[in-house]
Design a protein around this ligand. Structure first.
Ligand code: SF4
Ligand code: SF4
Length: 93
């Protein structure tokens, strides 16, 4: 896995839309999903199945992970058939 590429795409997603203020975070999360835009087909299965409504669709139709809401359950990764999502370990400290 090209880790640097994953981090760059995650950052691009993070600046696509601001986090919603006042919603609970997930400080205990040990893994988090990251999106590989080049594999995404905009099928929105991740959006449909996320139990925490942590995935939004940005203006150009790309899914966007709201890490303020994401609990790291991995369901979006499981449901993403094009394998455009990966679970990566949260950085500690
Ligand atoms: S399920 Fe995968 S391919 Fe479909 S919109 Fe989400 S990230 Fe993209
Ligand atoms: S890991 Fe779980 S909570 Fe986070 S975006 Fe995916 S389905 Fe939603």
């Amino acid at each position: 896995m090209e880790v640097e590429e994953v981090v760059v795409l995650e950052m691009e997603s993070a600046i696509a839309r601001p986090a919603r203020p006042g919603r609970s975070g997930a400080s205990w999360r040990t893994f988090k999903p990251v999106l590989l835009l080049e594999k995404c087909t905009k099928c929105y299965m991740c959006w449909k199945f996320c139990p925490d409504m942590a995935i939004d669709i940005e203006e150009e139709g790309w899914p966007w992970i709201n890490y303020e809401l994401c609990k790291g359950c991995g369901i979006c990764v499981t449901e993403c058939r094009p394998e455009a999502m990966l679970l990566v370990r949260e950085e500690l400290g």
